[in-house]
Ligand binder design. Structure first.
Ligand code: FAD
Length: 435
């Protein structure tokens, strides 16, 4: 077969760029194609970029903890200097509140214990010491402000939280993605922007390349779908969606930016926090702001999007609801009349756990279904995809005999059937952005 590249990667978000970096390190000639003008301009651009390790599953926790170690040594990991500057990992620690929704974090704590991840178990006084602004009233379940019961305290307050130091957030998700692009280019990777894929070429039951909107074809024996919230569109083009037990859909999400209470340097002293009692997560943002998203409680209706190129990018009442919920926990919060924030799409699977897998079309691979929580895992995802692709291309039958991926920093194995498109729905999942 003629080939222009060893592998084409559709998408130059954090997942596509990380896959290119690791494949090109293995000596493959890669090409990332993206319809947007630059890397990281898709849903990655609006990521809150929180790097946390608390997940509902043990494997999810292990992958996040391994990935954290790469963020923590970002420049060393990429071994390159981006002329645009290097993104910063701000290691502020993470606070997670115990609540009825997470069974006082029993599962999370047992996952962290099993992996030796250190955390402090805080009572209410401990929370206040770290964060004097926080109120410890319980309001569970989370509600919309228009609900009569909104803001009515439960008889018992919150009992505590955990705080772990090995977490934080990345200063600039677009820049971090550009950093990975530059690192991949240093190993020979190529990138083509403003290039929309409109067809997947297939020759005698094997992928052969892609067709671009301008009519050009690019040939390669491997094509990776890393198209984020467009993943189902690309899967349909390739004709592989039918063969997947776990599917992906695009879900609209709003993130609000509100000023921190006056007189408190939240930007420097705050840490990312997760609070299932009010169904919210938040983190410091530049300008002494707080940025907050929903943890998908039942009261927040889900807006599934049919066409990821056509959705409402304006904030709605949902943004105000999120700000009001945050104000229950931070009573001195200032909520402006004109709330600011961002709107973007998650690429969500049926169980909110991603798909890192082959497909039924030989040569066509899936790095999709990141479900609002995989920015942090991109360094390990790149490595897993590179391992998966090289082993499958060398004849490994991954569906029958799944690849075991070794997490080098933790010296621990992950059975990649955890990420299979053919898995049963993982009932251990939180079925939310928490993964
Ligand atoms: C609001 C929000 C907050 C989040 N917060 C966090 C967080 O705090 N922590 C965390 O870990 N994760 C978070 N996430 C999730 C994380 O950002 C995503 O999992 C991750 O960025 C997905 O990266 P990606 O490369 O798969 O997708 P994208 O960045 O969307 O990249 C896909 C690319 O494919 C391109 N593409 C699509 N179709 C085509 C086509 N036909 N031809 C060519 N190119 C195409 C797009 O232009 C796009 O650039 C958040 C996500 C959102 C939306």
């Amino acid at each position: 077969m003629n080939k222009d590249f060893d592998a084409i990667i559709i998408g130059a978000g954090i997942i596509g760029c990380s896959t290119a970096f690791e494949l090109s390190k293995k000596g493959l000639k890669t090409l990332n194609l993206d319809k947007l003008p630059a890397s990281g301009n898709g849903s990655t651009s609006n990521s809150c970029a929180v790097i946390r390790v608390h997940y509902s599953t043990l494997d999810g926790t292990a992958v996040a903890y391994e990935s954290y170690q790469y963020w923590n040594e970002w420049e060393k990991y990429l071994s390159v200097k981006d002329p645009q500057g290097m993104a910063k990992f701000l290691k502020r620690g993470i606070m997670v509140f115990k609540s009825e929704a997470n069974e006082d974090l029993k599962k999370v704590r047992s996952n962290m214990d099993a992996l030796g991840i250190k955390y402090e178990d805080l009572d209410v006084a401990g929370i206040k010491e770290k964060y004097p602004l926080l109120d410890n009233t319980s309001y569970f379940p989370p509600r919309k402000p228009e609900d009569d019961q909104f803001g009515i305290a439960n008889p018992d307050p919150l009992i505590g939280a955990i705080y772990y130091p090995e977490g934080g957030f990345v200063s600039d998700p677009i820049l971090s993605t550009h950093n990975v692009q530059v690192a991949a280019e240093a190993h020979g990777a190529k990138f083509l922007f403003k290039s929309k894929v409109v067809g997947i070429l297939n020759n005698e039951g094997r992928v052969q390349g892609v067709l671009l909107e301008d009519g050009t074809t690019v040939q390669a024996p491997v094509v990776v779908n890393a198209s984020g919230p467009h993943s189902f569109v690309i899967n349909r083009m390739a004709g592989v969606e039918e063969g997947m037990k776990i599917k992906t859909r695009a879900l609209r999400h709003e993130v609000v930016h509100v000023p921190a209470p006056e007189g408190f340097d939240y930007e420097m002293r705050g840490c990312p926090s997760s609070d299932s009692d009010i169904g919210a997560y938040w983190r410091p943002e530049v300008g002494n702001h707080i940025l907050s998203g929903s943890e998908d409680p039942e009261c927040d209706s889900k807006e599934w999007i049919e066409d990821p190129d056509e959705f409402n990018r304006n904030l709605t009442d949902q943004a105000r609801a999120q700000a009001c919920r945050l104000a229950l926990r931070i009573p001195e919060l200032r909520i402006p009349n004109q709330i600011q924030g961002v709107v973007d799409l998650y690429d969500v699977t049926d169980d909110w756990i991603p798909i890192y897998d082959k497909s039924d079309l030989p040569g066509f691979y899936l790095a999709i279904g990141t479900s609002g929580n995989q920015y942090k895992n991109a360094p390990v995802v790149g490595k897993m995809m590179a391992e998966l692709i090289t082993q499958c291309e060398n004849g490994k039958d991954h569906d029958q005999d799944p690849i075991v991926f070794h997490l080098g920093r933790m010296d621990r194995d992950i059975d990649m059937k955890f990420y299979s498109r053919l898995r049963e729905i993982n009932q251990e999942s939180s079925f939310s952005v928490l993964g």
